[in-house]
Structure formats: C-alpha cells, structure tokens
Design a protein around this ligand. Structure first.
Ligand SMILES: [Fe+2]
Ligand SMILES: [Fe+2]
Length: 341
C-alpha cells in the first residue's frame, strides 16, 4: 500500500488532502477516522502496509513486539547449535553447521532491520532482550546434549519455524513479509540438513540410531510448544488475525506440523514420543496427546534448563562486540563528513 499517507484515499480524507472546503483539520479526529478507514480497506484488500503509511498505534506496537521477539529468537538460537561447531564429526558437517548458524545471524539482522522501519531502535530492542523485558522463543532454553540434537533441531525446530513463518510471507506489513520470504528459503535448507543428518544416524550403528531417537524424544514436545498456547488462551491471536499479521491460529499450525512430521518420522525409522498419535479418518488429521503447558510456562518464566546461560552468553557477546559497533559508527561518521565536504 502506498497511498494512505498522501493523499489518503476516499471520503473526507480526499478533501483534507487537497485542503478543499470542508477539509478536516489535519490530525483531528475526522482525519484520524479517515486514515483508519483507509488502513482497514487496505488490509481488507490484502494490500501491504508500508513504513510511510499511516497505521494504528496498536498495530505498530504489536508488530514491533512480534518482530523483535522473532529477531531475538534468531540470534539466541545460534547458541545451542554453535555449541557443536567444534565437535562436528566431519568437515562437511562442520561447513553445513557453520553456514546454518551464520544464516540465523542474518535472519536476526533482516528482522531488526524490519523492526527499525517501524521506528524502534536496534539498541533499545537489544537492551530489552538483555534485561528480560522482551522474550525469545522458549525452545532455545533447552540444551543440546549430543550431536544428534543438531539434526533434531534442524528437522523439528526449523521445521516448526517454517510452518509458522510461511504464512508470514503474506503478512500485511510489507517489510516483515519480504524479510520472511528470504528467511523461509534458508529455513528450508536448515530443515533438510537436519533431516539428512538424522537419516544418516538412523541408518548408522545401533548406538547412532539410539542417539537420534533420544534427540527426537527430547525435542518433539518442545517443538510443538513453539506454536504458542492453545487458541482459547492465546492473548493476541484474534487481533493479529484481524490485522492479517497472523493468517492461521496456533492450533491450526500445530496440527499442520504434526501431520507433516508423522510420515517423515516413519521414513526416518524413528518414533515420535507420543503414544496417543493416531490417524483420525474423520478429521483427516493425526490426533496427538496432551501438551505439558506447565513445562512451557515454567520455561517462559525463566526456569528452563538454559535460560540463564543463554542470556549471560548474549550479554557477554554484546559487551565484547562494543568496539566493533564503535568502529563502525566512527567509520560511517568519517564517510558522512567526507561526502558533506
Ligand atoms: Fe532462522
Ligand atoms: Fe533456521
């Protein structure tokens, strides 16, 4: 969408934009109403809202919160896997894992960039992550105990992320939607490399197969929690769906993920740790067991196995990187001064 700011389309907004007789006072309630109408019409018509367009304050703050949380998850998510770079079993595996972890840093950068188009500053968002005022996905508070965890994260965690994120490519906010297109392409490589890693282990020795099964046992339930609380407890869902930030409910996406994973687990020769998994002919979906939401709430509250470790590591990395930010700022200032003179 490009036309909401000037001139706003339709009704009294047109009169205001042209300053004609009966024009609404700029910024007055009448003008605001017209802008809201134009915004609603653009969302209804599936047009993109762009940074310069007028948008309701609550839409802006919801997006900043969601995009920031997403960006934080990308950079915190580098930690559990980076833990295995030095111990990857071959040069090929090491190169793949390094590329993947670097991709996640890139995803963080695209997303902080998208949040900046809404008027949030990167420093402020990072401060909020560091002092716990903003969250990241609770999945990254679980430890990576064996090499097979790298496979399980790729297959399940990146797989769940894709299921969540593909619909975000059609999100109503342009910069977020476009960032997601790029991210999803890379996420599908992440998912494939995880699957391929697990397949190699599952077809390996008995010990390797057991290691793969153990990793899947530990990552399955937390990956189902990645879709967020059940629909009837999800605080922001309805409004986000109305704004077309979100296109499907948490439970819908979770079901889609389960339906994708069951045949893949079968192909891997691994078992999903849920005795209640059953094909439901009537629904045309897999039924699955109850999720332990108490565990989810505990991890979210900061009581997961690695919450403290992840944040401590992030703060230290930020402090250690201060000289890079200072040098980059000095370099940019020097260039700006040069081109001004
Ligand atoms: Fe990512
Ligand atoms: Fe990823």
């Amino acid at each position: 969408m490009t036309s909401v700011t000037s001139p706003p389309r339709g009704g009294t907004a047109g009169a205001e934009a042209h300053g004609g007789p009966g024009a609404a006072e700029p910024g007055g309630p009448e003008a605001e109403g017209a802008l809201q109408e134009a915004f609603d019409a653009a969302v209804a018509a599936d047009e993109r809202i762009e940074p310069r367009d007028w948008m309701p304050d609550a839409y802006r703050s919801t997006l900043i919160r969601q995009i920031a949380q997403h960006a934080h998850s990308e950079i915190i998510g580098m930690q559990p896997e980076a833990n295995w770079i030095t111990r990857a079993p071959s040069l090929r595996r090491k190169a793949i894992l390094m590329a993947k972890v670097q991709d996640e840093a890139g995803h963080g950068l695209y997303l902080y960039g998208a949040a900046e188009t809404l008027g949030a500053s990167r420093e402020e968002l990072l401060d909020k992550l560091h002092d716990g005022r903003q969250k990241y996905s609770s999945i990254f508070n679980y430890p990576t105990l064996t090499w097979a965890d790298v496979g399980a994260i790729g297959w399940l965690v990146d797989g769940a992320a894709i299921t969540n994120q593909v619909p975000l490519c059609r999100c109503s906010y342009g910069p977020y939607a476009r960032a997601m297109v790029r991210i999803c392409k890379e996420e599908s490589f992440h998912q494939r490399q995880g699957y391929e890693l697990l397949l190699a282990l599952a077809r390996g020795t008995e010990a390797q197969c057991a290691m793969a099964q153990d990793a899947v046992d530990r990552w399955w339930w937390p990956s189902l929690m990645m879709f967020g609380p059940p629909d009837d407890e999800s605080a922001h869902s309805a409004q986000s769906m109305a704004w077309k930030i979100k296109r499907h409910s948490n439970d819908e996406l979770r079901q889609r993920f389960v339906d994708i994973c069951v045949p893949q687990a079968e192909a891997l020769g691994l078992t999903l740790p849920d005795p209640d998994l059953r094909w439901n002919e009537e629904r045309g979906h897999w039924d699955f067991g109850a999720i332990d939401w108490e565990e989810f709430r505990q991890v979210l509250k900061g009581n997961g196995p690695c919450n403290e470790q992840r944040l401590r590591r992030r703060r230290t990395a930020h402090e250690n990187g201060a000289w890079v930010r200072e040098a980059a700022a000095a370099h940019a200032a020097k260039h700006a001064a040069r081109s001004a003179s």
